[in-house]
Design a protein around this ligand. Structure first.
Ligand SMILES: [Zn+2]
Length: 433
């Protein structure tokens, strides 16, 4: 059952949903904001409030962080134009760099080996490789940020570096608040390691509508909703699309011959490292991961692993191509598929063209309910119950339709959202002023 874009959770599923929302102890308002993106039931807000009230961790550290007087920065019209950065720590035995995008409120926190200029530059370079180079960076006047090395890096990349006036840290209040937020969250969370807690906190933070923008940081920066385990609660429209594509893929593959190599067969394997010699000689040592992946012993003694697409026969007597029907009737199980490179994930299944489609079709790896990628982000308690939970929460009869009928509350959500959507951030015009 859906209420707008939100799932109406039946009574028996509510406790589990509350526990998920509470995973990083985000506090009442953030929990409510996150809940509103996914679920609804009568009295949801009250349930959240009483849960937080009864949570010792939430209460013990709930002393409101000191609100720094913010320097009146303008709100950039585009994401990733102005970043605020700061260091935090030593905290839980580690140093951190904290980066906030002024427009989207996207937050990045990374563990630092040290806070030298070169380590900081290394971290920022990786970050810029993902999101691009910002126009401005705001920091305090710490020795790292005022070093020649850092100045040079800023200059070389055309970044305007703004440092806060000494003893007037409010210029960079955005970063300082973020430091408080992340420290508080990590203190409250349970988890195996700092990195584990950090990853869970960051994902949660990035998908939760921010109090000042009303939109999740990820949506403003990336222009899309990130998929999370909360999506397991929603009917999977995507799944039906993928199934269809999978079928089309199978039809396409029927026309292609199936290639296979035997152990001991002489082959050429594509050498990705070499520029001069693209194909190097070797012998098939082992068929791994089904008939599409091979361990190949090269003439120089190295053993490499290659996908069938990157292997050619070297023996003219035995054809590299085997189109015979006997060899073609192979279905690779899901475990095997996961071992293979994701680039090829839709080309790993061979099939028997003589058999009816239904007997050989394997669903695409992404369409199962238990999602390995997401499981890694959950706490150990949730890991085991991931797939169970989704079936408990979702009524079996869920229709993948979004009902346009709306009550007043629904209207306000819809209009708030659509107002944002109508003027999407210009994510490709960083250079333009
Ligand atoms: Zn709590």
């Amino acid at each position: 059952m859906l209420w707008g874009a939100r799932v109406i959770v039946p009574i028996q599923g509510r406790q589990k949903v509350l526990e998920e929302l509470h995973d990083t102890h985000p506090g009442v308002s953030k929990m409510k904001a996150l809940a509103r993106s996914y679920v609804w039931w009568p009295g949801l807000d009250d349930d959240i409030a009483s849960l937080v009230k009864s949570c010792g961790r939430c209460q013990s550290t709930r002393s409101a962080p000191v609100v720094a007087q913010l320097h009146p920065w303008e709100w950039p019209s585009k994401p990733w134009c102005r970043l605020h950065i700061d260091f935090a720590g030593p905290f839980m035995g580690k140093m951190f760099i904290v980066i906030v995008d002024a427009m989207s409120k996207w937050l990045d926190v990374q563990v630092m080996k040290s806070i030298t200029a070169s380590e900081t530059i290394k971290t920022l370079k990786m970050l810029f490789s993902t999101h691009g180079i910002p126009q401005k960076i705001v920091s305090d006047k710490g020795p790292t940020f005022t070093s020649d090395e850092f100045k040079k890096f800023m200059h070389a990349n055309g970044v305007r570096h703004i440092t806060s006036a000494p003893y007037h840290p409010s210029t960079n209040g955005l970063a300082e608040r973020a430091v408080q937020t992340f420290k508080q969250a990590l203190r409250q969370m349970e988890g195996e390691s700092v990195e584990d807690k950090l990853a869970r906190f960051l994902l949660n933070y990035r998908i939760t509508p921010h109090s000042t923008t009303g939109v999740a940081p990820a949506e403003l920066l990336m222009g899309r909703k990130l998929r999370t385990r909360f999506d397991l609660w929603l009917p999977d429209l995507q799944m039906s699309v993928e199934k269809k594509q999978w079928k089309q893929k199978q039809c396409h593959d029927k026309k292609k011959p199936v290639r296979e190599f035997q152990t001991g067969q002489k082959v050429y394997a594509e050498d990705f490292a070499s520029k001069s010699e693209r194909w190097i000689s070797g012998v098939i040592q082992e068929v791994t991961g089904g008939p599409v992946s091979y361990k190949i012993r090269l003439e120089d003694g190295r053993v490499i692993r290659r996908h069938v697409d990157n292997v050619r026969s070297r023996d003219s007597a035995i054809s590299q191509t085997s189109t015979s029907v006997e060899k073609a009737g192979i279905v690779i199980d899901a475990a095997t598929e996961q071992n293979l490179s994701t680039d090829n994930e839709f080309s790993v299944v061979s099939f028997n063209p003589t058999q009816p489609e239904s007997t050989t079709s394997t669903p695409p790896p992404e369409s199962t309910q238990s999602l390995p990628a997401d499981v890694g982000m959950t706490s150990s308690v949730n890991e085991n119950s991931n797939s169970e939970r989704s079936s408990e929460v979702l009524p079996a009869s869920i229709e993948p339709t979004i009902e346009p009928s709306a009550s007043a509350g629904n209207q306000s959500i819809a209009s708030r959202r659509s107002a944002r959507v109508r003027s999407p951030p210009d994510r490709y015009g960083f250079e333009k002023k």
